[in-house]
Design a protein around this ligand. Structure first.
Ligand code: SF4
Length: 471
């Protein structure tokens, strides 16, 4: 019998954000004392276990092929295990971390370890990934990965595995958590219910990566996965789906069936939920603690400039109030710097946060991620502040970097107004108040606000650094 092939699936940390809040610049450059404080805080944040496992690697590591054994290396917590022999290393490449992924891939290949690259960046830019990989797997890999592993076992790996169709999520593919180290994470209970989004917001790549058609897993599969997962981890569940209420008939049946399991859960929804009264009640009864909603903009001009058309700004306040009144806490994310925004927008965002009592506000700067429609438009208009031809030049950050020229606001005025807004929204006092007044998940709401108070402090310092160095 041939020896078992060993496969390692690698997840890389982003340069900042929840993976380890840090300045984008050398901490020595800022101030040694501040550097020490930031490093200590980073350790505390990591130990607070905000991290959740990489779902895509959980799914791939659950694919079983005779003669192949898979494990996961989450490099947010551990170094790459160079002392072991690997027959194939799969790296999930996200745009914003591509440079680090390619550096690791190159190092592995120079040590004669074959590398397979997959993930969002490979799907959007396969040709730029080709020089760093033995095997490319663009697109959703649920079915393709089985082919890769089967070919690995037979010693006939091909350079490209691609499918013209999205996988049928209705087919049963049970996910296993055996490759995860449970204590590292906030929870290991991540469950995907569906993929795809029918909208086309120009700053988003979900519809490009997963298509415009909503695809859902079979309700019976999701329910049995929840029942199985809760046996070894009683912590919170995360339902991974860009908008869990987009198909209300499906969602109603699913969460009615989940209610007897008495779980607590977080998810993502659109504010339309405020008008879906029966579904809202069912969410609350089934243990929904908090939802992330993408508010993005309250400026009508910005919403139409960026094709964020699915809910009107005027309806947002009522919808958010209705959802909170049903006993569900809300994380609302905004983007400042859209094409209809002016220097008056921050004051409107601040009023909106006060009026709605949003539990966790997230205030992002527009990120022109390569591959998105907004990236292409800003490139054509000459408004990008990074090299659009260098596909690795874009990096992920959390409001810490200006990557483009806003349309109606000078860079100086933008940084000034954004910094003033985040300074007003994120304070220790506001964090405690929001935590205490949250309908549910009070301690998580408070911790998130405190964490953001630190993170937006980093944002202000990094933006100032960028300004002083002329971008
Ligand atoms: S931002 Fe949300 S609603 Fe818009 S395309 Fe992306 S996933 Fe869909």
């Amino acid at each position: 019998m041939p020896p078992t092939k060993k496969v390692l699936l690698v997840f890389l940390p982003s340069e900042s954000g929840v993976d380890g809040a840090r300045s984008l610049y050398s901490e020595k450059e800022i101030n040694p004392l501040l550097g020490f404080f930031n490093r200590s805080l980073r350790t505390i944040i990591k130990q607070s276990q905000f991290a959740i496992p990489p779902l895509s690697l959980m799914i791939l590591s659950s694919v079983e092929v005779p003669g192949v054994r898979q494990s996961i290396c989450d490099m947010r917590f551990e170094e790459f295990p160079w002392n072991e022999k690997w027959d194939l290393v799969g790296i999930s490449v996200q745009t914003g971390m591509a440079k680090n992924a390619f550096a690791l891939a190159d190092k592995l290949r120079s040590a004669a370890i074959p590398v397979a690259l997959g993930g969002a960046h490979v799907t959007l830019f396969p040709e730029s990934c080709r020089p760093h990989a033995d095997v490319l797997v663009p697109g959703e890999a649920d079915d393709l990965w089985k082919e890769v592993l089967t070919d690995l076992a037979a010693g006939i790996l091909k350079p490209l595995y691609r499918s013209d169709n999205f996988p049928d999520l209705g087919r049963s593919r049970p996910v296993s958590k055996t490759s995860l180290i449970k204590r590292r994470y906030f929870t290991t209970n991540l469950i995907q219910t569906g993929r795809g989004c029918q909208y086309s917001c120009d700053f988003c790549n979900v519809h490009l990566l997963n298509g415009h058609t909503l695809r859902r897993r079979a309700i019976a599969d999701v329910v049995s996965e929840v029942a199985r997962f809760q046996q070894d981890d009683r912590r919170i569940f995360f339902f991974v789906d860009d908008s869990i209420n987009a198909d209300p008939v499906y969602a109603l049946e699913l969460f009615r069936k989940l209610t007897p399991l008495k779980i607590r859960w977080f998810g993502q929804a659109t504010t339309t939920l405020g008008q879906q009264h029966e579904l809202l009640k069912t969410f609350a009864n089934s243990g929904c603690q908090a939802l992330l909603v993408g508010i993005e903009s309250i400026e009508a001009k910005s919403r139409s400039a960026h094709k964020k058309n699915q809910n009107r700004a005027g309806e947002l306040v009522r919808a958010i109030t209705t959802i909170r009144d049903a006993g569900i806490s809300l994380y609302g994310s905004f983007i400042y710097g859209l094409d209809g925004d002016t220097v008056d927008t921050p004051a409107a965002i601040l009023d909106f946060i006060h009026e709605t009592k949003l539990d966790v506000p997230g205030i992002n700067i527009l990120r022109p991620t390569p591959g998105t429609q907004v990236f292409e438009r800003l490139r054509e208009e000459g408004r990008l502040l990074f090299d659009p031809l260098d596909i690795t030049a874009y990096r992920y950050s959390f409001g810490q970097e200006m990557l483009y020229l806003p349309k109606n606001i000078s860079l100086d005025a933008f940084i000034e107004s954004y910094s003033t807004l985040t300074r007003k929204v994120f304070t220790i006092k506001n964090s405690v108040t929001r935590g205490l007044s949250a309908p549910r998940a009070k301690s998580a709401v408070m911790l998130f606000n405190l964490f953001y108070t630190h993170l937006y402090g980093l944002s202000r310092r990094d933006l100032q650094h960028q300004r002083e160095n002329n971008f």
